[in-house]
Design a protein around this ligand. Structure first.
Ligand SMILES: [Zn+2]
Length: 136
Protein backbone atom coordinates (compact mmCIF):
# COMPACT_ATOMS: atom_id res chain seq x y z
CA UNK A 1 0.00 0.00 0.00
CA UNK A 2 2.74 2.49 0.84
CA UNK A 3 5.65 3.97 -1.10
CA UNK A 4 9.03 2.35 -0.59
CA UNK A 5 10.51 5.42 1.13
CA UNK A 6 7.68 5.85 3.62
CA UNK A 7 7.84 4.81 7.26
CA UNK A 8 4.77 3.47 9.02
CA UNK A 9 4.20 5.32 12.28
CA UNK A 10 0.85 3.89 13.26
CA UNK A 11 -1.52 1.18 12.11
CA UNK A 12 -4.80 -0.05 13.53
CA UNK A 13 -8.27 -1.20 12.56
CA UNK A 14 -10.67 1.72 12.70
CA UNK A 15 -14.13 2.88 11.78
CA UNK A 16 -14.40 5.69 9.27
CA UNK A 17 -17.54 7.85 9.43
CA UNK A 18 -18.27 8.75 5.85
CA UNK A 19 -21.34 10.72 6.95
CA UNK A 20 -23.63 10.63 9.99
CA UNK A 21 -25.45 7.39 9.24
CA UNK A 22 -22.72 5.75 7.17
CA UNK A 23 -19.56 4.14 8.50
CA UNK A 24 -16.99 1.75 7.11
CA UNK A 25 -14.56 -0.59 8.81
CA UNK A 26 -11.03 -0.77 7.56
CA UNK A 27 -7.35 -0.44 8.29
CA UNK A 28 -5.94 2.94 9.13
CA UNK A 29 -2.27 3.51 8.48
CA UNK A 30 -0.26 6.63 9.19
CA UNK A 31 3.12 6.96 7.51
CA UNK A 32 5.49 9.92 7.74
CA UNK A 33 3.87 11.21 4.51
CA UNK A 34 0.31 9.97 4.27
CA UNK A 35 -2.73 8.93 6.22
CA UNK A 36 -4.42 5.97 4.59
CA UNK A 37 -7.68 4.25 5.32
CA UNK A 38 -8.26 1.09 3.37
CA UNK A 39 -11.89 0.02 3.49
CA UNK A 40 -12.43 -3.69 4.19
CA UNK A 41 -13.85 -5.55 1.17
CA UNK A 42 -17.36 -6.05 2.61
CA UNK A 43 -17.87 -2.31 3.19
CA UNK A 44 -16.06 -1.44 -0.03
CA UNK A 45 -18.72 -3.52 -1.80
CA UNK A 46 -21.23 -0.81 -0.76
CA UNK A 47 -19.18 1.67 -2.73
CA UNK A 48 -17.25 3.26 0.14
CA UNK A 49 -13.94 4.49 -1.18
CA UNK A 50 -10.49 4.29 0.37
CA UNK A 51 -9.06 7.46 1.88
CA UNK A 52 -5.58 8.86 1.34
CA UNK A 53 -4.54 12.21 2.78
CA UNK A 54 -1.22 13.93 2.22
CA UNK A 55 0.16 14.72 5.69
CA UNK A 56 1.24 18.21 4.58
CA UNK A 57 -2.37 18.91 3.51
CA UNK A 58 -3.70 18.35 7.05
CA UNK A 59 -4.72 21.68 8.57
CA UNK A 60 -6.12 20.48 11.89
CA UNK A 61 -6.62 17.46 14.12
CA UNK A 62 -9.04 17.14 17.02
CA UNK A 63 -9.85 14.38 19.50
CA UNK A 64 -13.20 13.82 21.23
CA UNK A 65 -14.27 11.26 23.81
CA UNK A 66 -16.59 8.75 22.23
CA UNK A 67 -18.98 6.21 23.76
CA UNK A 68 -16.36 3.50 23.59
CA UNK A 69 -13.31 4.83 21.75
CA UNK A 70 -12.04 8.32 20.97
CA UNK A 71 -13.05 10.02 17.75
CA UNK A 72 -10.32 11.69 15.71
CA UNK A 73 -11.26 14.38 13.22
CA UNK A 74 -8.74 15.20 10.53
CA UNK A 75 -9.20 18.40 8.55
CA UNK A 76 -7.75 18.45 5.07
CA UNK A 77 -9.66 19.05 1.83
CA UNK A 78 -12.66 18.11 4.01
CA UNK A 79 -13.27 16.63 7.45
CA UNK A 80 -12.52 12.95 7.99
CA UNK A 81 -13.71 11.20 11.16
CA UNK A 82 -12.22 8.00 12.52
CA UNK A 83 -13.05 6.04 15.67
CA UNK A 84 -10.42 3.69 17.05
CA UNK A 85 -9.28 2.35 20.40
CA UNK A 86 -5.78 3.81 20.12
CA UNK A 87 -7.17 7.19 19.06
CA UNK A 88 -5.00 9.08 21.53
CA UNK A 89 -1.88 7.52 20.05
CA UNK A 90 -2.93 8.45 16.52
CA UNK A 91 -3.73 11.99 17.66
CA UNK A 92 -0.29 12.39 19.27
CA UNK A 93 1.44 11.07 16.14
CA UNK A 94 -0.51 13.42 13.88
CA UNK A 95 0.25 16.40 16.12
CA UNK A 96 3.93 15.47 16.12
CA UNK A 97 3.90 15.31 12.30
CA UNK A 98 2.20 18.70 12.10
CA UNK A 99 5.00 20.23 14.16
CA UNK A 100 7.70 18.63 11.99
CA UNK A 101 6.23 18.34 8.51
CA UNK A 102 8.24 16.83 5.69
CA UNK A 103 9.13 19.38 3.04
CA UNK A 104 8.62 17.13 0.04
CA UNK A 105 5.15 16.55 -1.24
CA UNK A 106 3.91 13.02 -1.10
CA UNK A 107 2.12 10.80 -3.52
CA UNK A 108 -0.58 9.38 -1.29
CA UNK A 109 -2.61 7.54 -3.88
CA UNK A 110 -3.75 4.09 -2.85
CA UNK A 111 -3.42 1.98 -5.99
CA UNK A 112 -6.83 0.92 -7.34
CA UNK A 113 -5.37 -2.16 -8.96
CA UNK A 114 -2.82 -4.62 -7.61
CA UNK A 115 -0.59 -6.85 -9.70
CA UNK A 116 -1.11 -10.50 -8.91
CA UNK A 117 1.85 -12.85 -9.57
CA UNK A 118 -0.43 -14.67 -12.05
CA UNK A 119 -0.22 -11.61 -14.26
CA UNK A 120 -3.77 -10.32 -13.74
CA UNK A 121 -4.66 -6.87 -12.47
CA UNK A 122 -6.85 -7.25 -9.39
CA UNK A 123 -9.07 -4.58 -7.86
CA UNK A 124 -7.79 -3.42 -4.47
CA UNK A 125 -11.00 -4.54 -2.70
CA UNK A 126 -10.10 -8.24 -2.92
CA UNK A 127 -8.07 -10.19 -0.35
CA UNK A 128 -7.65 -13.05 -2.82
CA UNK A 129 -7.07 -12.99 -6.53
CA UNK A 130 -10.43 -13.96 -8.12
CA UNK A 131 -8.60 -15.73 -10.96
CA UNK A 132 -5.89 -17.80 -9.26
CA UNK A 133 -6.99 -17.64 -5.61
CA UNK A 134 -3.64 -16.33 -4.36
CA UNK A 135 -3.73 -14.21 -1.21
CA UNK A 136 -2.86 -10.59 -2.02
ZN1 LIG B 1 -3.86 -14.22 -9.55
Amino acid sequence: MQLSNETTLFMQKAIYYVSKPMAARGMLELTDRCLYFQVFPFDASFGIKNVSIDVVAITGVTIEKGDLHPKISVLADRKYEFVLSKGQQLYDRLKELQRNPLQQGADCEIPDMLDCPCGRKVENVFHFCPWCGKRL
